[in-house]
Design a protein around this ligand. Structure first.
Ligand code: NAD
Ligand code: MG
Length: 386
């Protein structure tokens, strides 16, 4: 039986890895929608190759270019936010949510509303609106599967286990590009330096977020929302080799670790074939050759993002939406060369401290999430432009 699949963020790093897996077995899948933004050539080529029903670009100014690239192929073209959300509403069995940033929230919710299994790489959705995503999935009997490597690892370590027996969840962090830099050098870190990761090949934004630990900060919140554990049950462990992705500690003292090569096709493939475990084209680790795995405690002075994430987990409500939006805006500022590397965390902290609490305490509806997001972006831009 063929499965109807859609890929949001198809032109990105996760999207391309997902296509790699799907293209190996084309008869097994019916591709419904592929979405992208600026890279029209890639989007169109994949949509034609995979015979998608529709290709959607988030950027309305590129609709004509997309139409031209798809001319005569039978693949429909669409553009803009509404079209993106509509792509999420097209009936599908399995949907990869791999847009970067809060923009992934609305299409993901639509996919859940029509009962699709949502493979969630877009961690920002859970950070911004965890309770809304989970309640939407529950209301529509839709399955949510984690694709972040750490969360997939935890999910796999929990198979057959009782959540009551879980004492703690440990997510690992490589430490990113600046793990071993002297602290006084960090303020001068350049965009190029922050954009290269020691172990993982990922999109630019998440790579910079790994250097600042904002990625791990988002993942702490993601862990709390997805697995429903208390913040004090979640730990971050710096593990420079990125072979152990997460560990689950149980009440009998056992720690179940998930070990694998740093290749996102593992987590994507697990979510694609779940509940089966099928063969995947990832490297097999030779532990004797690797020899040693090392660990260290995270340094909250070097990485203030981790402390901020703990605050957000305690405040809950729409604090995650504010945190993420301030982070995205600060990251834009760093990429544009307007602020230095260390300013990002300072800006996020200033926004969290100064935002009117009514934005955080409002009920979690999509409108209120969008409003909190906008207020936080405006506040962050004001700080950047000061
Ligand atoms: P990427 O930058 O490589 O790709 C992002 C995708 O989103 C592209 O298809 C782009 O066209 C699209 N996009 C960008 N802005 C958009 C907008 N405003 N509206 C609609 N679409 C937009 O990013 P990535 O590294 O593939 O990451 C995607 C998501 O997966 C992120 O949430 C990231 O945190 C998460 N993730 C990535 C990895 C990884 O290894 N790359 C690992 C774990 C989690
Ligand atoms: Mg991760």
């Amino acid at each position: 039986m063929t499965r109807r699949v859609s890929i949001f963020g198809a032109t990105g790093s996760i999207g391309q890895n997902t296509i790699d897996l799907i293209a190996r077995d084309p008869d097994a899948y019916d591709v419904v929608a592929l979405t992208g933004a600026a890279n029209i050539a890639q989007l169109a080529a994949d949509a034609i190759r995979l015979r998608a029903d529709v290709a959607v670009t988030a950027d309305e100014t590129r609709l004509d270019a997309l139409r031209d690239a798809l001319a005569g192929s039978g693949v429909a073209a669409a553009a803009g936010q509404t079209a993106l959300t509509e792509a999420g509403c097209r009936p599908a069995d399995w949907v990869m949510s791999a847009i970067v940033g809060a923009a992934g929230l609305a299409p993901g919710l639509c996919a859940l509303e029509q009962g699709a299994t949502l493979a969630l790489a877009n961690k920002e959705s859970l950070v911004c609106a965890g309770q809304l995503i989970l309640s939407t999935a529950q209301a529509h009997n839709a399955r949510l599967l984690p694709v972040d490597s750490e969360h997939s690892a935890v999910f796999q370590a929990l198979v057959g286990e009782d959540m009551d027996a879980v004492e703690r969840i440990v997510i690992t962090a490589s430490g990113g590009a600046f793990r071993d830099w002297p602290l006084e050098k960090l303020a001068q870190a350049t965009l190029d330096q922050a954009s290269s990761h020691p172990n993982w090949d990922m999109g630019q934004r998440i790579t910079i977020d790994s250097a600042s630990m904002f990625n791990k900060a988002l993942e702490l919140i993601e862990t709390r929302e997805y697995f429903g554990v208390r913040p004090d049950q979640i730990e971050v462990l710096v593990h420079p080799e990125s072979m152990i992705h997460a560990l689950v500690g149980f009440r009998d003292g056992a720690l179940m670790a998930h070990v694998g090569p740093p290749d996102m096709r593992h987590a994507i493939g697990y979510a694609l074939h779940w509940p089966d475990r099928r063969a995947l084209p990832v490297e097999r680790l030779d532990l004797a050759q690797i020899g040693a795995l090392t660990f260290r405690a995270p340094d909250e002075v070097r990485w203030p993002a981790l402390r901020l994430a703990r605050e957000v987990m305690e405040r809950r409500g729409l604090a995650g939406a504010v945190f993420n939006a301030a982070k995205e805006t600060a990251l834009d500022g760093f990429i544009a060369g307007q602020i230095g590397f260390l300013r990002m965390a300072e800006i996020v902290e200033e926004v969290l401290d100064s935002i009117d609490p009514s934005h955080i305490d409002a009920p979690m509806t999509l409108d209120n999430v969008a409003h909190a997001d906008q207020m936080a972006r405006q506040a962050a831009r004001r700080v950047i432009e000061q």
